[in-house]
Structures are given as structure tokens and as C-alpha cells.
Design a protein around this ligand. Structure first.
Ligand code: SAM
Length: 271
């Protein structure tokens, strides 16, 4: 029997819907990254952990009919949604592999770019995924990561319920070998994996009232709710009280909500 999947965000439908919205919310910053790298006509690109949509459409239009985009997604439900998205949008240069990014069947040294967005922060053994990305990129090709340090999340005025809920997510993460601070570490991880010419771009956002990501801490807690309670990290009544209190605080337009620190880091496989 395989061990339980510790992926922190889980696979409930509300999370899939959130990921579809996220693909639109983050499109501009991913496009900025692909501009820096120069992703263009004819490139062969892999997006690891593409979820239901990820950057597949952005990459498809950049690489054109002569290019190729492969999405790798371990959740069968999300891979299925990504398949549907690709078919409905006639992205004929895109295929989706329902596979674990730690060990894909992709041929060694054959892609121009491997990219992952908000994947490593949610999984144990992230270095295995980076090593696999480096393996299937050609000499001179690029590996690009976009990951948060989730411990930077703040609201002003601060609220004890937010502090406590972030602690609970960290307890679950640490118990499962998941590093929620990974954003700041990804440039070093790329270098350790042999990547050269590493560039780093930090980003912090404000999430005003009505912004789709303002309630992210609550969304993540709901994703992990069952596991937090089953593993004895918190009791149901305490969790209900904490989420209600934070909900009220975040619904106050005067509360300033500041994102994680996001890091985009990219470089080349030595030629
Ligand atoms: C937070 S979502 C981000 C989705 C997409 N990259 C985006 O930015 O919109 C992380 C995705 O990585 C996938 N994932 C996690 N571990 C994986 C693995 N070992 N191999 C492939 N996909 C994985 C999850 O199933 C999920 O769809």
C-alpha cells in the first residue's frame, strides 16, 4: 500500500476551482518570467505540477505550432481537468501527463525549459522534483521556479487567529517534511542542482477587499481542515472559532492583507 499523500492543499473541488482562478490571477507575473527567459516559437517546455490549468495556455501560445508543451500533474482529477481545458481551447501543441514529477518518462536532455509554479512549497522532498526537471532539460536550456515563503504572510493590524492558523499549517507541514519557507531557498536549490547563471525576482502583493487571494489563509486551512483535526493538530471547535475570527478580521476593509514573499528564480543547465 502506498503511504498517504501529504500534499498540503489536498484535492477537494473548491481547491481545483481556486487553482483555475489562480491561473488567471498569476498570468501576468508568469508571462513576465517567460519574457525574461525568452520563451518563444518552437520551444519544448514542461510545466511540472500544472494543476487544472497552470501556465499551459500561456506557454502554448508562446511556443506556437512548431513547439511542444507538456504538463505533468500527479492528481488524476486535476490532470483530467487540464486535459479538458487543453481540448476545449484547441491547444494542439499541449499534452498532459498524469504522472509524478519526481520520476517522469520524459527523455533526458530534450526540453528547452522546465518550469514549476507553487508546487515545491506544498510537497515533501522538493529537491527530487528539481533534480528531475534538470534531468530532462537540454544543456543550455532553462529551469524556472516560482515559489513563496509563506511565513511572510501578514495582516495589519495583526490578528492572533491568523498567527495561530499559520502556525497550525506549519505544524502539519513540518510533520510531513514540507517547507513553507522554501521560496527564499529555491535560488540555492537551483545552484545545488547544477544550474548556472541564476536570476532572482522577489514579489510581495497587497490583497484588498474583494481580491481573490485575500482569504488565502482561510482557503488553505479549509483544504487541510480534515487532516489538521484527524492528526490532532487542533480540535474542531477551536478551528471553527479561529476561522470565524479571522474571517471577520479579513472582511473589515480597514485590514491590510499582505501576501507571502514570492520568489521567481531561473537559470540554465550548463552547456
Ligand atoms: C498549488 S498547485 C499549483 C498549480 C499550478 N502550478 C498553478 O500555479 O496554478 C500545485 C500542483 O502541483 C501538483 N503536484 C504536487 N506534487 C506533484 C508531483 N510530485 N508531481 C506532479 N504534480 C504534483 C498538485 O497536484 C497541484 O496540482
Amino acid at each position: 500500500m502506498s503511504p498517504p499523500d501529504p500534499y498540503i492543499l489536498g484535492y477537494r473541488q473548491a481547491e481545483q476551482d481556486r487553482l483555475e482562478r489562480q491561473a488567471l490571477e498569476l498570468a501576468d507575473e508568469s508571462n513576465w518570467l517567460f519574457d525574461q527567459i525568452g520563451v518563444s516559437d518552437g520551444w519544448r517546455v514542461v510545466e511540472v505540477g500544472c494543476g487544472p490549468r497552470g501556465c499551459l495556455d500561456l506557454l502554448s501560445s508562446r511556443v506556437g505550432a512548431k513547439g511542444r508543451v507538456v504538463g505533468v500533474e500527479r492528481s488524476s482529477e486535476q490532470a483530467e481537468t487540464a486535459h479538458r481545458f487543453v481540448t476545449e481551447h484547441h491547444l494542439s501543441n499541449v499534452e498532459v501527463l498524469d504522472a509524478d514529477a519526481r520520476s517522469t518518462s520524459l527523455a533526458t536532455g530534450t526540453f528547452d525549459l522546465a518550469t514549476a509554479r507553487l508546487v515545491l512549497v506544498n510537497v515533501p522532498e522538493p529537491r527530487q522534483i528539481v533534480a528531475e526537471m534538470v534531468r530532462f532539460v537540454r544543456p543550455g536550456g532553462f529551469v524556472a521556479l516560482h515559489e513563496p515563503d509563506a511565513t511572510f504572510q501578514r495582516c495589519e493590524p495583526p490578528h492572533p487567529a491568523q498567527t495561530r492558523l499559520l502556525q497550525l499549517l506549519d505544524i502539519y507541514a513540518k510533520a510531513n517534511g514540507i517547507d513553507r519557507e522554501i521560496g527564499l531557498k529555491v535560488p540555492g536549490m537551483l545552484r545545488e542542482a547544477g544550474i548556472v547563471d541564476v536570476h532572482v525576482h522577489p514579489m510581495v502583493h497587497l490583497y484588498p477587499l474583494g481580491h481573490g487571494r485575500r482569504m488565502l489563509v482561510l482557503d488553505f486551512v479549509e483544504n487541510a481542515r480534515g487532516r489538521l483535526i484527524e492528526n490532532g493538530v487542533v480540535g474542531q471547535d477551536d478551528l471553527d472559532a479561529l476561522t470565524a475570527a479571522l474571517g471577520r478580521h479579513l472582511e473589515d476593509p480597514a485590514t491590510l492583507v499582505v501576501s507571502s514573499l514570492f520568489i521567481q528564480a531561473w537559470g540554465r543547465v550548463p552547456a
